[in-house]
Design a protein around this ligand. Structure first.
Ligand code: GLN
Length: 215
């Protein structure tokens, strides 16, 4: 059974823990470096990326997490978690976010309009083949540019369900690079659909098998 941590400094921790457990993982909150040592994969939840940066410093987790990610730890970031996994953050308003650089992408914070803005739509998600995924965006980022090794898994459709977001069609909102997955939206907030989490648990299991074979 893969042990998957959820960074538990702020944000939607409980929802991710529950979804991972339903997908067969041993899911545990991570607040300390020793807890990080024990996981085969980590989820970075939504929240607020400036606050998350500060709390990673306070809990002395920034450097240990950055190092494990650099060593190939599977990771899944949703919303603020996506921002934290990026190589670069495009954010005219603030430079208080220090991303961890696990994904070769530039991410724009609060990209879909004003702070209060949130919307929902169905989208096609590569890796989840049995029908569209319901995507809930809350003051969400989008991926502005991707490096050569990054796979685009989902983009905003031509006709989003929420009116007023037609101009956002084509914006990249889910990516993967090796064992690192990120979504601009919050699948953990959609009751009864664990497919994105199941996809991540598969990534973690595959990595565990590779590691076992390499020994
Ligand atoms: N706007 C937040 C940030 O910039 C992300 C919002 C979220 O995680 N729902 O960090």
């Amino acid at each position: 059974t893969p042990v998957i941590g959820v960074l538990a400094l702020q944000g939607g921790v409980a929802e991710h823990l529950a979804a991972l457990e339903r997908c067969g993982a041993d899911a545990r909150p991570v607040r300390r470096a020793e807890e990080l040592d024990a996981v085969h994969g980590i989820v970075l939840p939504g929240g607020e990326s400036t606050t998350m940066t500060r709390l990673l410093d306070t809990f002395e987790l920034y450097e240990p997490l950055r190092e494990r990610l650099a060593a190939g730890l599977p990771a899944y970031g949703s919303c603020a978690g996506m921002i934290m996994l990026a190589r670069e953050v495009v954010d005219p308003g603030s430079s208080a976010v220090r991303p961890l650089g696990a994904l070769d992408v530039a991410v724009r914070r609060n990209a879909f309009g004003r702070q209060v803005d949130s919307f929902e739509t169905d989208l096609d998600f590569a890796g989840v083949t049995d029908g569209p995924v319901r995507a809930v965006f809350i003051r969400a980022p989008w991926v502005e540019s991707v490096g050569p090794d990054v796979q685009v898994l989902a983009a905003v459709p031509e006709v989003p369900d929420s009116a007023g977001h037609e101009a956002d069609a084509g914006r990249i909102v889910a990516v993967q690079q090796g064992p690192v997955l990120a979504t601009a939206f919050h699948p953990e907030l959609v009751g009864g659909d664990d497919r994105v989490h199941r996809y991540f648990v598969q990534i973690v299991r595959a990595q565990q098998m590779d590691a076992a074979q390499a020994q």
